[in-house]
Design a protein around this ligand. Structure first.
Ligand code: DAH
Length: 339
C-alpha cells in the first residue's frame, strides 16, 4: 500500500473517531476543521495528491473523495443528532423569538343562530331530530298533505333526482320521519339545510336553512303554539319584541298562520326594513292537519299538535342587520370575522 493511502486511512479513522466523540456544536466544528479546514488533513492530502506519480493518481483521488464524502455525511448526521438533543433539553431554542399567533376559527352566523334557536327550544323540552337532505316525494310532499297539483312540486321549483327522489324543499319531512318511528307525545325541533330552484338575489338562495318544530300531545291547542312562539321571540330578540299571528294557508296545518316579530329596527313604528309595516315575517306555523296525523297512523281524535318552520338566514339577517343573503355563502373572511 502506498504511503498516501496509508495516511488517508489513518486520517479517515481518526476523523470518524473525533466526529463521533463530539457532543456539542463546538467540538464538532473542531473535528470538521481538523479534516476540511485550511490546515485540515484532507486539505493537505489534496495537495499531496498532485505530487503523486501519474499511475497512482486515479485510485488515490477516488479514495480521497470517498473518504471526504463519508465523513461529511457523518458530520451532518452528528450535527443533526446534537441539534435534536438540544431541542429536547431546551437548548438550541431561541426563547427570545416572538411567539407565533394562531388564528382560531369561529362559528358561522348561520350556525350561531341555529345553536341559539335550538338552545331556546331545548329549554322548553324540545329535543333535536334530524332527517336527510335527499328525501322521498312521499315525505316531502304526499305525507304532508300537499295536493298533486301544488306549484311547489314543480320541477322548476324543486331539484329532483332521476330516481324520483328530491333535495328536500323544507324541514317539514322530518315531522313525518319522527312520527312514523315514534308514538305520541312528540316534541322535536329539526334544524337543517333545504334546497329550492330559486334564482339567487338579496333575499333568495338555492340552499338555505330552516328549523322545524313539532309538538303532538293530548289537548295541544293554538294557545300553546302562541305561547311557545312568544317565549321564543323574547328569548331570541329580547323582552321588548312582540309577535303577531296572521291567517295563512299551508297544506300540512289547519288552521295555518304566519308568524311575525315586531320590527327590531323601528320597534314597530315603520321603517325601510319592515317596509313601513312595523312587522317582520319570520315563519309559518299552525295546528297539524288531521290528514297528516292520519298519514303517520296517529288518531286525530286522540292527539293534536302544532308545527312551525322558520328560515334561519332570515333570522340571522334581522339579528345581525345583514342586507344580502349571499354574504352568508361567500365565505369572505372579513365579513365572517364580525360575528
Ligand atoms: N314548510 C313551510 C315552508 O317551507 C314552513 C312551515 C309552515 C312549516 C307551517 C311548518 C308549518 O311546520 O306548520 O314554507
Amino acid at each position: 500500500m502506498s504511503a498516501f493511502i496509508e495516511k488517508l486511512k489513518a486520517a479517515r479513522e481518526d476523523g470518524a473517531k473525533n466526529i463521533c466523540a463530539a457532543s456539542d456544536p463546538q467540538s464538532l466544528e473542531a473535528a470538521r476543521a481538523a479534516l476540511f479546514g485550511r490546515n485540515g488533513v484532507f486539505t493537505a492530502l489534496g495537495k499531496e495528491l498532485g505530487a503523486l506519480p501519474a499511475e497512482e493518481k486515479p485510485a488515490a483521488g477516488k479514495s480521497l473523495n470517498d473518504a471526504k464524502r463519508e465523513l461529511s455525511a457523518l458530520l451532518d448526521e452528528t450535527a443533526a443528532k446534537i441539534a435534536g438533543q438540544g431541542a429536547s433539553t431546551g437548548e438550541g431554542i431561541d426563547l427570545t423569538l416572538p411567539g407565533r399567533r394562531r388564528r382560531t376559527g369561529h362559528k358561522h352566523p348561520v350556525s350561531i343562530v341555529i345553536d341559539d334557536c335550538v338552545a331556546i327550544f331545548r329549554r322548553m323540552g324540545f329535543i333535536v331530530a334530524e332527517g336527510p337532505e335527499i328525501e322521498t316525494v312521499f315525505n316531502n310532499f304526499d305525507a304532508l298533505n300537499t295536493p298533486q297539483d301544488h306549484p311547489s312540486r314543480d320541477p322548476a321549483d324543486t331539484f329532483y333526482f332521476e330516481d324520483g327522489r328530491l333535495l328536500r324543499t323544507q324541514t317539514s319531512p322530518v315531522q313525518i320521519r319522527v312520527m312514523e318511528k315514534q308514538s305520541p307525545p312528540v316534541r322535536i325541533v329539526a334544524p337543517g339545510r333545504c334546497f329550492r330552484r330559486d334564482t339567487p338575489d338579496a333575499t333568495h338562495s338555492a340552499n338555505f336553512h330552516q328549523i322545524e318544530g313539532l309538538y303532538v300531545d293530548k289537548g295541544v291547542s293554538m294557545s300553546d303554539l302562541k305561547s311557545v312562539l312568544l317565549y321564543f321571540a323574547k328569548e331570541l330578540m329580547g323582552p321588548d319584541v312582540e309577535i303577531r299571528l296572521r291567517p295563512h294557508f299551508f297544506p300540512f296545518t289547519e288552521p295555518s298562520v304566519e308568524y311575525d316579530f315586531s320590527c327590531v329596527m323601528c320597534a314597530g313604528k315603520g321603517c325601510r326594513v319592515c317596509k313601513q309595516s312595523g312587522w317582520l315575517e319570520i315563519s309559518g306555523a299552525g295546528m297539524v292537519n288531521p290528514a297528516v296525523l292520519r298519514n303517520v297512523g296517529y288518531d286525530p281524535d286522540e292527539w293534536s299538535g302544532f308545527a312551525f318552520g322558520m328560515g334561519i338566514e332570515r333570522i340571522a339577517m334581522i339579528r345581525y342587520r345583514i342586507s344580502d343573503i349571499r354574504l352568508l355563502y361567500e365565505n369572505e373572511t372579513r365579513f365572517l370575522e364580525q360575528f
